[in-house]
Design a protein around this ligand. Sequence first.
Ligand code: FES
Length: 67
Amino acid sequence: MQPNERTMAGLKAGCICKGVKLLRLIEAIDNGATTFAEVAAATGIGDGPCKGKRCREKVRQLLAGRR
Ligand code: FES
């Protein structure tokens, strides 16, 4: 990830409901999370009012990009 991409990920929402930035989701994956449940456990996402409908898709795309 380029430095400017990292900066943008620190500004973009990863989980809107819980106020978690995209960069934290990426860091969780960098640290070994391989499923939505693992990213959720590491970051606290997924149990907001939408119950993960929005952030689950973002995590799916991030994980797919790592394969
Ligand atoms: S966006 Fe993550 S729980 Fe709603």
